[in-house]
Design a protein. Structure first.
Length: 413
């Protein structure tokens, strides 16, 4: 996609889509010199709009204040921008960023229960869930809070829910898949000998199912702190964690030699509870959002290595492989057809009566009759779909198949 009309780019922007347009707002960068040269971080309030893939970015409107490092979630009513920070403090602000009639407008949402930044969130149905974060810029302990906002309610209000059964965290990844909210990785905070916050990188992950509560799922192979969030969902049972900081190059010296954050993509499968490699990104961006757009996802701007932003924006889609039936399969199908024709021709010469036609003259062994019933009377749903659904949902789905137990009665009675 076209780069943002800013040569440096931003970390911690709000991003999402509304009415077909891609919106990117706020965030921060170091305009004069990098942090290791004592550069000053500056927050911004500009809103950038990209109406379609063939257009160019426009700078339209501003946020209520310079703001960044909050949560942004795309909804049918606009991009929900929640919490965040500036150079002095963290905020409990919440509002919708809307694209209406060629203009950017804001609409208020209920304020968060407390100021919060560097947290994560996602939309499940009509409900926004947010988790973790830190309350102040100087916090040495992250939050272990879990809040929800039902946008479908006549009077939406934030609800405080039971938190996950694990350590507090900031810069985690949120995801929604298979009717559940997932909380992945992040960093806990500890105070060092001088009282300054130090990160402890986390690899654990949790699933929240409304009405059922939390459960722990498989740990990640490596930490993915500040990876783009919410993680994009793929298909019916997979979501992707796009890079993130794994902590292996923390405090690398000199800082300007940092090679960039890991590019590896991890795929989590909700049914098998497993993590698998899923390729690599061209460039790894952290501390940014993922926005759904045009049947795919957009990774806007973000941080490519500590203290260094990028104005680049990446759009991506998961490719569907279309295989061919192949000559081997066609050959097997033809051989099967010819075998059936030959069997029919041979057996037809033995049919002298209705007993021969319907019961094979009772010359067919009981086990062959049973296999015939099983193979011809049951559909592929029995062999593939029901076992797969039973694996995902529970063994009770196999009860419908227990009717095959009447086969001996058919054979012998």
């Amino acid at each position: 996609l076209p780069p943002l009309p800013d040569k440096l780019g931003f970390a911690g922007p709000y991003a999402g889509t509304h009415d077909g347009a891609l919106l990117v707002a706020g965030g921060a960068y170091f305009p004069d010199k990098p942090p290791w040269e004592r550069g000053t971080k500056v927050w911004y309030d500009r809103v950038f709009v990209l109406e379609n893939r063939g257009s160019q970015w426009k700078t339209l409107g501003r946020l209520p204040r310079p703001l960044g490092y909050g949560v942004s979630v795309s909804t049918k009513d606009g991009v929900a921008c929640l919490g965040g920070s500036d150079a002095q403090r963290h905020y409990a602000d919440a509002f919708l960023l809307c694209w209406e009639g060629g203009e950017v407008k804001t609409s208020p949402l209920p304020r968060l229960p407390k100021p919060c930044a560097n947290f994560c969130g996602a939309l499940l149905g009509d409900t926004i869930y947010v988790a973790g974060g830190i309350e102040t810029p100087a916090s040495t302990t992250a939050l272990r809070t879990f809040w929800s906002l039902d946008l479908g309610s006549a009077s939406p209000q934030w609800r405080e829910l039971d938190p996950w059964p694990g350590p507090e965290r900031m810069l985690a990844v949120a995801a929604v898949q298979d009717g559940a909210f997932f909380l992945v990785s992040g960093a806990a905070l500890l105070a060092d000998s001088q009282g300054k916050p130090v990160r402890r990188y986390l690899r654990d992950a949790y699933r929240y199912q409304p009405g059922r509560g939390w459960s722990r799922v498989a740990d990640l192979p490596c930490a993915a702190v500040a990876a783009p969030t919410p993680a994009p969902a793929v298909g019916q049972s997979t979501f992707l964690v796009l890079g993130g900081d794994d902590g292996t190059l923390v405090n690398l010296q000199p800082p300007d030699r940092h090679p960039g954050f890991p590019k590896a993509i991890l795929a989590y499968h909700t049914i098998t509870d497993t993590w698998k490699p899923f390729g690599k990104m061209p460039v790894a961006h952290v501390t940014t959002s993922v926005a759904p757009w045009n049947s795919g996802f957009v990774l806007p701007t973000g941080e490519v290595r500590p203290g260094v932003r990028s104005p680049a924006n990446w759009a991506f889609q998961t490719a569907v492989r279309k295989g061919t039936f192949g000559w081997a399969n066609y050959g097997m199908l033809l051989a099967y057809l010819l075998a059936m024709v030959w069997i029919s021709f041979v057996c037809s010469k033995r049919n002298k009566s209705t007993n021969d036609f319907f019961r094979g003259g009772q010359r067919i062994p009981w086990w062959a009759a049973g296999l015939s019933i099983f193979a011809t009377m049951l559909s592929p749903i029995t062999f593939m779909a029901i076992p797969a659904a039973a694996y995902a949902e529970g063994w009770n789905l196999f009860l419908a198949n227990s009717s095959i137990l009447v086969t001996p009665l058919v054979v012998f009675v």
